[in-house]
Structure formats: structure tokens, C-alpha cells
Design a protein around this ligand. Structure first.
Ligand code: XUL
Ligand code: MN
Length: 379
């Protein structure tokens, strides 16, 4: 069983998704560093991590667990199928370690069929397949008691603006998302308490239709039939930083709109492609990360945090593919605790009577436990 319940500062549970542990660390300029491991192996790593007290939850794409065959899209319902058996095996491992499944998301990016989008594909046949794949994912999530369905923008975007059907594209997306709500209700998939949109500006290039949290909230409130069911899971620092936005601002806005459902967490160099650095790893973002947790505490938000990041390619060890993956989970949890502790130091911050610059310097000194006297001695 997981060691103990975790509920520290704003974070009620720490989730490590299947795809982050399973990732073989390929990038556009180099093949995988690690051998791909089966989902059952990933489940075992997660179980060990829970036993070590590093995580309490997980999440997955449908494809992270079982293969998908577009010619057999109800395989999960067939008790004699390989899919059914594998899902049960994984469930047993997760249950045995006391791991909760926080969310399920549908991979509409891996298969080449979705190269021009999933729910927004201009071809109605592909859109229909994408919807069916989402429904199968919802059923798979329900097997594990998933609390949320997440729609990440994936390939729903464009490289060439003049090739987009602007009159219809957001209606197609709304249709897909309304379909999520309708399917959950029609099939009485009661584990789901909501669904989220995960914005991202570009993936892997061009522009996505919902690039930022602001776009996502506007879309939810302006276009969906049941806006109360939908929220946002921003990926901070990565996705908003790619568009030069700031994580403190994002959580401030989303909590004020009551749309911050949960967090994806990692690190990022501003304005680069999705780095997916492990949290606090890489050259940037310490101050921003810490202030994000400070802001969450200030507004009284509490919720689940999912590590959504990848081990550094240089830390991948092909000779020990399981051990280096465990080390990665440890690094993420250690980084989170570091950030939460540093944010805790900021809770005493009193900026009354200070200029904005003075307030910022005082916050940095407090975060680093530097007293005024020592700083003055070095002036
Ligand atoms: C990609 C990303 C995804 C989603 C789930 O940038 O964040 O892994 O979180 O599909
Ligand atoms: Mn994410």
C-alpha cells in the first residue's frame, strides 16, 4: 500500500502518469535512449514508487495501457479480449499499491491518421473515429475509477492559417467536448467528476486552436453546453511558458475563474518548444515555480498535481531502464517538496510600504533565507 496520505500545502495528491515513466526519451534529432517498456512494467514501477511514499495517483492515455485497433473499437468490452485481460492485470497492480487513477486522456496524436487533427480533423470520417476513440478511453478510465477526462490539444491546430475552415473548426471541437459530457452521462460513468482542457501553444509546430489557459476558459464558457463540468489543467511551467506567459498569473486567473481543476507540473525554458524538464530542473523557473505555490496558498486552492515531464535524455541509462525511471520519480517528488518548502518561507512575506522592486527582492531574500544584515555586508 502507499505509505501515507499526502496532503501538504496546496497539493492533495501527487500523480505520476504512465506516459512520463514509460517515455523512451526520443526527440526529433535522436532516437530513443531507453528501451520501451510494457504498460505492466510501468504499473509495477508506479506501485514501487507508491510503496516508497513518492506518489499516490497516476493517469494515462488509452494507448499507454493497451493497443488500439480502429477496426475493433469495442475490444475493451469483450471479456475474452487481450485488452480486457491486460486492463484487469494493470488494475490489480495499481489497486494492490493503493494507487488512485486521477485522469484518463485519449491519445489523438500518435497515430498518423490524426496528423491533421483529431476532434477538429477536416475529414468527418476521421473526426468520427476520434470521437469513438475518446468514448473507448472514457470506458477504460471508468474501469479504473478515473475522476477526470482530459482533452489535451494534441494535433488540433494548424501550420497554415489559410487551410483552416474557421467557420466550423471550433464547432467541431465543441461537438467533441460536448460528446464527452453526453457519453459520461448516457453510460453512467459515475467516477468522473469533471473534464478538463489542457491548452498548449504549439505541438510540435504551428499553432494549436486552444493555445493558452485564457483561450481554454473562453472556449469552455462560450461554447460548451455544460461549462460547469469543464475546467482547465494548465501545464506549468511548460505550456504557458512556451508562449512567454507566467505561471503565477495563470493560476491567479484560473482560480479566480474557478476553472483550475488540477495541475500538470514540470519545468521549461521560456519561448522554447515543450522542454518537459522535470520540475526545478533546467536553467530557469525556480522563482516562478515557488511563487506559483505561494499564490495557490494565498488564494486557498487545493488539488491534485501531476508530474507531466520527462527524465533528461542524459539521465536515461539503457543499462538500467527500470532503475533510472525510479530515480526520475524520486527527482520529481524531491523537486515538488523543495518548491513547497520554499513557498512556505514566502508565507511570511509582508510587502507593506515597499516598492514593487523592493518587494520582489525581499521575497527572494526570504525564499533563500538571507537576512538583511548579511546582504548589507556584501553591499
Ligand atoms: C503534452 C502533454 C500531454 C498531456 C496528456 O505536452 O502535456 O502529455 O498532458 O495528453
Ligand atoms: Mn500535460
Amino acid at each position: 500500500m502507499a505509505k501515507k496520505a499526502f496532503n501538504i500545502a496546496p497539493v492533495t495528491m501527487r500523480s505520476m502518469p504512465f506516459w512520463c515513466v514509460g517515455n523512451p526519451l526520443g526527440d526529433p534529432f535522436g532516437g530513443p535512449v531507453l528501451p520501451k517498456i510494457d504498460s505492466i512494467e510501468v504499473a509495477k514501477i508506479l506501485a514501487d514508487a507508491a510503496k516508497e511514499g513518492l506518489i499516490e495517483a497516476t493517469s494515462f492515455h488509452d494507448d499507454d495501457l493497451v493497443a488500439w485497433d480502429p477496426k475493433n473499437m469495442n475490444d475493451d468490452l469483450d471479456k475474452k479480449s487481450e485488452t480486457y485481460a491486460k486492463l484487469q492485470t494493470i488494475k490489480k497492480i495499481l489497486d494492490g499499491a493503493g494507487i488512485k487513477v486521477h485522469m484518463a486522456t485519449c491519445s489523438l496524436h500518435g497515430n498518423a491518421m490524426f496528423r491533421n487533427g483529431g476532434l477538429t480533423n477536416p475529414d468527418p470520417k476521421i473526426r468520427a473515429i476520434a470521437k469513438k476513440k475518446v468514448e473507448r478511453t472514457l470506458r477504460i478510465g471508468a474501469v479504473f475509477g478515473a475522476k477526470y477526462f482530459t482533452y489535451w490539444v494534441a494535433r488540433d491546430g494548424f501550420e497554415v492559417p489559410v487551410s483552416v475552415d474557421w467557420k466550423n473548426v471550433y464547432n467541431w471541437l465543441a461537438d467533441g467536448m460536448n460528446g464527452v459530457y453526453d457519453y459520461i452521462k448516457a453510460k453512467k460513468l459515475t467516477s468522473y467528476v469533471g473534464a478538463t482542457v489542457e491548452p498548449k501553444p504549439n505541438e510540435p509546430r504551428g499553432h494549436m486552436y486552444l493555445p493558452t489557459s485564457g483561450h481554454a476558459v473562453g472556449f469552455i464558457c462560450g461554447k460548451l453546453k455544460h461549462p460547469e463540468f469543464f475546467g482547465v489543467n494548465p501545464e506549468l511551467l511548460q505550456h504557458e511558458s512556451m508562449a512567454l506567459l507566467n505561471a503565477v498569473h495563470t493560476v491567479g486567473y484560473l482560480t479566480s475563474m474557478k476553472k483550475l481543476f488540477f495541475l500538470h507540473f514540470g519545468s521549461q525554458i521560456k519561448a522554447q518548444f515543450d522542454n518537459d524538464f522535470p520540475p526545478l530542473v533546467g536553467p530557469e523557473g525556480l522563482k516562478e515555480t515557488v511563487q506559483m505555490f505561494w499564490a495557490l496558498r494565498k488564494v486557498g486552492w487545493k488539488g491534485v498535481l501531476e508530474y507531466d515531464c520527462h527524465m533528461l535524455r542524459s539521465d536515461g541509462n539503457p543499462a538500467d531502464p527500470i532503475g533510472c525511471r525510479m530515480a526520475f520519480v524520486r527527482d520529481c517528488t524531491r523537486a515538488l517538496s523543495t518548491a513547497l518548502l520554499l513557498a512556505d518561507r514566502l508565507m511570511d512575506l509582508n510587502t507593506e510600504g515597499m516598492s514593487a522592486a523592493e518587494a520582489d527582492l525581499a521575497a527572494t531574500a526570504l525564499m533563500c533565507k538571507l537576512d538583511e544584515k548579511s546582504v548589507k555586508e556584501w553591499m
